[in-house]
Design a protein around this ligand. Structure first.
Ligand code: GLN
Ligand code: ZN
Length: 765
């Protein structure tokens, strides 16, 4: 008899209840008890939704982040946060969010205390769009068990009658994702860490746990001999635990780590077979006869219905072989998908019939389990409905547009090239644009005032008429242009007042995208995103930005930069259809953006920026797959950008600072100008550009827009001089790190004034 379980449930709540409770608590708008009660209520509700499962995850709930929770459990919070007093939750949020002003836990007397503390660093959780708080380590880090959160939730779950399976981050993954602040070898801490894990497992056993899920997703990444050895050391050390360990891997196939994973002394192994079907057979052969095999058969990272009949076709033989040793589950925690499709009352019913969110995925799991237990006949109705929905999707003219497909096939695989090399283009552009040395520009958005947001949302709700909306936006654009002229910026932007989100704005105007109302997914802490759903062949029915940009250009004689989101970023921040390769969807997006680029050019716009904020995020977990990804990502950008004349200047923007690994691909994009984030890294990252003799122009961000701080003129001058030591001055631009939409005008204006003043100093030599 097959066993069902789940690796984790979205904790934010179907109505983002946790987000609102956290933000209210942080603002001092509600007491601690309200937050704690809400947490308990969400846990109860989520356990109830999973009651049909044989094993329900416990300890997957978090007030902020599961890695930070694990750091608390292991007694590994940075000293700077612990010093401040307050209780455990105060400390926890301090690490999560940092603090720049005195908080409730601090009476304000202690100067050191009130100087503010730095938040823990945040980074992406594998190749998802979730971000975790990076644990901090040093050679002398000592761990000390604090099992209270897990034991508390375990007791709570047992009181609620839940068949609880506590969930932990495993020791090797914990170390692998941590950062040694002193550069010491993280693996040196493993023995100390394992002692704490052993006590933790012991505590869980004493509290009645029988199975514990221990997540080791690093097994799906490239591991060197030391890290592979760490797995042996870790799981041999934990072998005598009084609980059974289910070692959970996900996000990728195990490949060369498969033998290691299958032979560790644990009671069960979970594989993500939505991406690692090839692992099944070898694992079946390797797994010793007392071990449980858990198969993640339902995609925990996408929103499409599973092809249940197809899964059963290959799963039934495995079930016969494994009998009661087979467990089934979603591939990974359902943290990465929205909670409930049923909330989507306004979603196009046809598209909706193809989708499954977290709750629907658990229903699918039950159908599979019943089919395995009682035979497919027992769930005939469900299986037939599933088959019919998938067949309808395959046939739907909403999904397949022959014109789009024919067009995609006609584009050269590398995306085509500009007519001339950059040096030639640069000269032509210079003659036309007539820019000074060290030209100044911004990244696109200007501060989004409460009033702008209000008009936009009233317009969406139908309470503001189209003409009034248009007028309000144009007034704002005109204001942005005035301010930029007054500042003396060289290449202007329209300010993006009409855009709520850089992907949603374009997705809404393209065929092939659908939008949910409540399909929120946690990005970090209380921050959620609502990824667009790319379900079909993409095309652009009509121009998307031209009217706004043309209006903006009409207000100035300086060059106005057209502002677009690039195809790779659109792809990486959406739920992308699973019935064709991502590369194919990305090419279609690229063609749609190309149309827009050409329309802007035809409208007389001479500078066009195509943002690729998320290009790096799409890198596969395995190095061996990077080139494949970068090839199609770069080709997509080139399709979007390279249709223009030499005279038209293409910019791109990337808001991060790690380019070493991908610099060759960046160079192949061949944008005339790339603006990047550098304000925090002191221009060191320009080394990468220097090393490959990057030939095109670069705008290293000199104003960190992530803080309210105003950079001083001489600070900007100094940063640019460092840049000029690496990149010839004639190829440097002066600009902020990223868009200004989260800043206030009072912050942005003085900062930009200093930036322009700095450019003048630089031009004077
Ligand atoms: N053009 C966008 C803006 O300025 C870019 C945002 C981003 O890079 N994340 O807001
Ligand atoms: Zn950016």
């Amino acid at each position: 008899m097959v066993t069902t379980h789940n690796l984790g449930f979205p904790r934010i709540g179907a109505g983002r209840e946790l987000k609102f409770a956290l933000e209210s608590y942080w603002k001092g708008g509600s007491p601690r008890t309200a937050l704690e009660d809400l947490g308990a209520a969400l846990r109860r509700r989520h356990w109830a939704s999973q009651a049909a499962l044989d094993w329900v995850p416990v300890g997957d709930f978090s007030f902020y982040d599961q890695m930070l929770d694990m750091s608390v459990t292991l007694g590994n919070l940075p000293e700077r946060a612990r010093r401040l007093g307050g209780d455990a939750l105060d400390t926890y949020f301090r690490v999560a969010r940092g603090r720049s002003a005195p908080d409730a836990a601090c009476g304000g007397e202690d100067a050191d205390c009130c100087a503010g503390i730095a938040a823990g660093e945040m980074t992406k959780w594998f190749n998802t769009n979730y971000h975790y708080i990076v644990p901090e380590l040093a050679a002398d880090t000592g761990f000390r068990l604090d099992p209270s959160r897990l034991l508390g939730q375990l007791a709570e779950s047992r009181a609620a009658g839940v068949n609880a399976k506590p969930v932990l981050i495993g020791p090797v993954t914990y170390l692998a994702l941590a950062k040694a602040k002193d550069g010491s070898d993280r693996l040196g801490l493993l023995p100390r860490l394992l002692a704490v894990y052993a006590s933790l497992l012991d505590a869980l056993a004493s509290a009645g746990a029988t199975w514990v899920q221990i997540d080791e997703p690093v097994l799906a990444t490239d591991l060197d001999a030391d890290w592979r050895h760490a797995f042996h050391e870790a799981y041999h050390a934990l072998k005598s635990a009084r609980v059974k360990l289910l070692l959970a891997t996900y996000f990728g196939p195990l490949r060369e780590n498969l033998y290691l994973a299958a032979t560790l002394p644990v009671a069960g192994l979970h594989l993500d077979v939505t991406v690692g079907r090839d692992d099944i057979l070898p694992v079946c052969n390797l797994l010793s006869s007392h071990k449980v095999l858990s198969l993640g058969v339902i995609d925990g990272r996408n929103v499409w219905k599973t092809d249940l009949n197809a899964v059963l076709d290959w799963l039934e033989p495995v079930a016969r072989q494994f009998g009661s040793r087979l467990w089934i589950a979603p591939s990974c925690s359902l943290l990465h998908v929205p909670v409930d499709l049923e909330c989507e009352e306004e979603l196009d019913p046809e598209v909706k019939s193809w989708l499954a969110f977290a709750l629907q995925k658990l229903d699918e799991l039950q159908v599979l389990a019943r089919a395995l237990r009682e035979g497919r006949e027992a769930v005939r109705v469900e299986l037939d409905a599933n088959r019919a929905a998938l067949a309808a999707r395959r046939r739907s003219p909403r999904v397949h547009d022959p014109a789009v497909q024919a067009r995609g096939a006609a584009i050269p695989s590398q995306g085509g090239a500009r007519a001339s090399p950059h040096a030639v283009r640069a000269a032509r552009q210079a003659a036309l644009l007539n820019l000074p040395a060290y030209p100044t520009t911004t990244i696109g958005s200007f501060p989004q005032t409460a009033e702008i947001r209000r008009v936009r949302s009233e317009f969406r709700a139908g309470r503001v008429a189209a003409a009034a909306y248009r007028k309000a936006m144009e007034d704002e654009i005109a204001r942005c242009v005035r301010e930029q002229e007054a500042l003396g910026l060289d290449v202007l932007v329209h300010g993006e007042p009409e855009r709520n989100d850089m992907v949603e704005y374009f997705g809404e105007q393209l065929e092939g995208f659908a939008f949910s109302r409540h399909g929120w997914v946690q990005s970090y802490g209380s921050r959620c995103v609502k990824p667009p759903i790319l379900f079909g062949d993409v095309h652009r029915p009509k121009a998307m930005t031209v009217d706004w940009i043309r209006y903006a250009q009409s207000r100035t004689t300086r060059p106005m930069k057209g502002m677009l989101t690039g195809p790779v970023t659109m792809c990486n921040w959406s739920f992308v259809r699973d019935d064709q390769p991502r590369s194919a969807s990305c090419r279609q997006l690229a063609l749609a953006i190309r149309d827009e680029v050409l329309d802007l050019e035809a409208a007389g716009i001479r500078v066009i920026q195509i943002d690729e904020a998320a290009l790096r995020e799409g890198l596969p977990l395995r190095r061996a797959e990077w080139d494949g990804y970068l090839d199609w990502a770069v080709a997509s950008f080139r399709i979007a950008a390279n249709g223009v004349r030499d005279e038209t200047q293409i910019h791109t923007h990337m808001c991060y600072s790690e380019f070493n690994d991908i610099i060759a691909a960046i160079a192949r994009m061949d944008a005339d100008v790339i603006t990047i984030e550098t304000a925090r890294s002191d221009m060191e990252l320009l080394d990468a550009f220097e090393d490959v003799a990057y030939p095109n122009a670069i705008g290293p961000g000199v104003y960190d827009i992530h803080t309210p701080n105003v950079p001083a003129t001489d600070q900007i001058v100094a940063a640019m001089r460092k840049a000029a030591a690496r990149i010839p001055a004639e190829r440097l631009w002066v600009n902020p790190d990223c868009g200004l939409k989260t800043r206030r005008w009072e912050e942005a204006l003085p900062a930009l004034a200093n930036m322009v003043a700095a450019a003048k100093v630089l031009r004077a030599g």
